[in-house]
Structure formats: C-alpha cells, structure tokens
Ligand binder design. Structure first.
Ligand code: ASP
Length: 443
C-alpha cells in the first residue's frame, strides 16, 4: 500500500484532535477538559520540547557548515543585505494589505454597546490581558538600541540556554567567517564536526516528525477546550474574517513571488512546505516550528544550507508578516470600536512604521504579537486607560488568529529563503532524505 504523505497524516491528526476537543467540552463538570489537560496535552508539550531541544544545535551546525562552504566572505554580505531588504519589503506589503482591508471593511464600526460591555466585563481583568500589558511595559522600558545590543552575547552558553536565536546566529556567523580565514587545512576538523552534527540533527527532525500526527491531535484538543464563550466568538467573526482574509492574500502574494522569480509551481511549493505550515498552525510558534521549516526548505525545496541556515533562523525572529498584518488590522479595529477620534491618516502611517518594528521585535512564541500590539497602540497615543479594554476586545479570538498568522510567518520565511537562494544561484533540485535511509545497515 502506498504510504500516506506526512501532511495528510498531520491533517487527520488535527481534525481528530479538534473533534475530540469538542466532545470533551460537552462532558459535565469540566471532567472532559481536565482529562485533556492532564492526560492529552502533555504529549503536545513533549513534542514542542523536542523541537525546541534541537533548534540551537541545528542553527549552529547548519550555519557554520553553510558559511564555511561559501568560500567567499563577500557572499555573506550580499546574502545578509538581500535577506533583510526582502524581509522589510514583504512586511510592508503585509501591513498595507492589513490596513487596506480594515479600512475598507470597517469591522469595528457599529459594534453594539451591549457587546462591548459584555466583552469588557469578561476579559478586561483577565490574567491573559494583564500579562500582555505587563510584558509590553517591560519591553517599553528598554533603551532604543537595546535590541541591537542584545544581538551580541557575552556568554555563548547563556545564549544556548536561553535559546536567544539572534545571539546564536551571530556566534555561528562569527565562527563560520573565522573558519574561512584560518585556511582549509586547519578548518577541516571543525567543519567535519559541524557537518556531522548537522546530519544528526536533521535525522532527529525526521524522527520527531514521526510523532507529529499524534502531537497535533494533543495540541489542537488542548486549544479547543480553552474556548468557552462561543457567543463572543461569533460577535468577533467579522474582525477575524478580515485578519484571515488578509493572511490568505499574503500567501497568494508569496506564491506569485515564487512562481515569477523561481519559476517553480506554487502548488509544488505548498505541498513541500505544508508539514511546517501545519505545525506552525498547531503550535502557534515559529521558533518551535523552525527545525521542521529548515528541514523542509533544505531537503524538499532544494535551498542550500548556507542560505537556509541564515535566512530561516533570522526570519523566525525578525520576519513576521502575518503578525504585522494582524497588528495593523487589530489596532485599527480597536480604534474603530473605542477610540474613533484616533483614526487619522497620520496615525495609520505611524502604525505602518511601528508594526514593522514591532514584528521585528516580537518573539516567535504564542501570542507575542499581541504584546507588541500594545506598543503599536501606545505609539499613536492610544489612551492608557483604554488599553485593557482594547486588548479585551480581541482576546477571545486571539489564539485561532495566532495560529493562522504563524502559518504566514513561517511561509514568508520559506518564500524569502527561496528568493535569496535563487538570486545567489543556491537553489537546486531537492534531495529528500527518509528517516530510515540507513536503517537496514544498523538494525
Ligand atoms: N505566534 C507568532 C509566531 O510565533 C507570533 C505572534 O504573532 O504572536 O510567529
């Protein structure tokens, strides 16, 4: 029998997880919910832990090996500049799409006062909302150049422990460049070491992915049991549709770029990258998805390591098109509902600039986009006393939207890695490896 493709297995796991979650929600006295959080959700957590476990060694090995393969320092500069340039350009497109939709559809105009009051009552003092506000204020207290300072680690082991992606990237680049500078003979032992480490970690991704269909079952069942007030969810559908519509347009934009510039079929691209997209959806975290994104992009899309090893980890941290599109829509939606006097053209221009910076500053973890939304709102002088109400307004649908925007964030990174690879002549025919390639030799 022909083996079912991985993405189908994951989709089946997701659907069953959603159905299971809904069934468990109907069990009286929260017994179903407790069962899911005690006995099902931990398997999702184990899966995410495993992915996070291999992220740092993977970035380190693939980037050091990749850079040392480049054999030419000037190529690093051109790869870096292209990557950052394209990232900024796609993010601007995302924000413009978001702002256009929200201004045309106006999902926040005419929301009944009764609904606003109900949402306010339910979520204004919710721990989730307060937590986002506190995190945003901590972020705000840092100086303007703090983000730059944070790229340069003083202790690389601390960076490993904290999985500070940009610091690990900096260190890997530094080691890679120095390997080029010490000459081939002296560099060889270390390059061979990282090459082998890279192979091992890639194999780990294959093995972890065998568990993915079961893990997404657990992750989605756990998401579903968190929904309790469907009435409020329905009231926010209009807003949610705007975000999802914008995200779909953004994916369309990537597909156009792929087909025009790399001449590859958009359907082929989607099929190859789909396991990473499905995991992004299930985990709401581009950082947790990163090892899988790297595996798909290198082995299934044919991007060379030196490009994927740089573009993808940097992208997971700084390129969040889905997040910035969402921030544009959410900020204007909130203004339409509770602060219409703030809806000026100048404020919308400020939103473009701050949403760009905010998406760069957002961590690649669940609901980070909402924390940075607070900073976007503050930048346009949104009244501080209205902030908890503003966040309360969008809180009920934030998790599903987070899942969708993370898919776009990951797809954007994969798209840019293909564009950069193509422009540097580093896009080749993919050579996928199976988890059991050498299994017969060792069993
Ligand atoms: N969850 C998103 C990510 O990891 C960030 C966000 O928009 O909250 O890419």
């Amino acid at each position: 029998m022909k083996k079912l493709a991985l993405h189908w297995k994951i989709i089946i796991g997701m659907i069953l997880g959603i159905i299971f979650g809904f069934i468990m929600n109907t069990i009286e006295n929260n017994a179903g919910k407790t069962f899911v959080s005690d006995w099902v959700a931990p398997f999702g957590t184990i899966f995410i832990n495993l992915l996070k476990l291999i992220a740092v060694p993977l970035i380190l090995a693939s980037l050091i090996k990749g850079i040392s393969d480049l054999k030419d320092i000037s190529k690093i500069k051109s790869m870096g500049l292209r990557t950052i340039g394209i990232y900024i350009a796609t993010t601007l497109v995302a924000i413009i799409i978001g702002l256009s939709i929200v201004n045309i559809v106006k999902p926040g105009i005419g929301m009944p006062q009764e609904t606003i009051d109900k949402i306010k009552l339910k979520y204004e003092n919710d721990a989730g909302v307060t937590d986002k506000l506190m995190k945003a204020s901590a972020q705000n207290d840092a100086g303007p150049l703090q983000a730059l300072v944070d790229i340069f680690p003083s202790n690389i082991f601390k960076s490993f422990v904290e999985a500070s992606m940009l610091q690990v990237i900096f260190f890997a680049l530094f080691v890679g460049v120095c390997l080029l500078l010490i000459g081939e003979k002296k560099a060889k032992p270390l390059i061979d070491f990282f090459d082998s480490l890279n192979e091992v970690v890639m194999k780990m991704v294959d093995l972890i992915m065998l568990f993915a269909p079961y893990a997404v079952f657990a992750l989605l069942a756990n998401v579903i049991i968190a929904f309790d007030d469907t009435e409020i969810l329905v009231k926010l559908l209009y807003y949610a549709f705007c975000v999802v519509g914008g995200l779909i347009l953004m994916i369309g934009f990537y597909l156009i770029l792929i087909s025009l510039y790399t001449k590859k079929s958009p359907m082929w691209f989607l099929k190859q990258i789909s396991p990473a997209q499905l995991l992004a959806f299930s985990t709401s975290s581009s950082a947790a998805t990163l090892p899988v994104t790297m595996e798909r992009v290198e082995e299934h899309l044919g991007v060379d390591k030196e490009v994927s090893g740089f573009v993808l980890p940097v992208g997971a941290t700084v390129n969040m098109d889905g997040t910035s599109l969402y921030q544009g829509i959410a900020a204007v939606f909130i203004m339409q509902v509770i602060w219409p006097e703030g809806l000026t053209f100048t404020n919308q221009l400020v939103i473009v600039a701050t949403a760009l910076l905010a998406s760069i500053g957002s961590a690649a973890v669940p609901s980070a986009g909402m924390v940075m939304l607070v900073i976007v709102l503050e930048s346009i002088g949104f009244p501080a006393e209205l902030l908890p109400i503003g966040l309360a307004l969008i809180f009920a649908v934030d998790r599903p939207l987070d899942m969708c925007r993370t898919v776009v964030n990951v797809t954007g990174d994969a798209t840019v890695s293909m564009l950069v690879a193509k422009s540097l002549g580093k896009l080749h025919d993919p050579k996928p490896k199976e988890w059991d390639d050498n299994y017969d030799d060792v069993k």
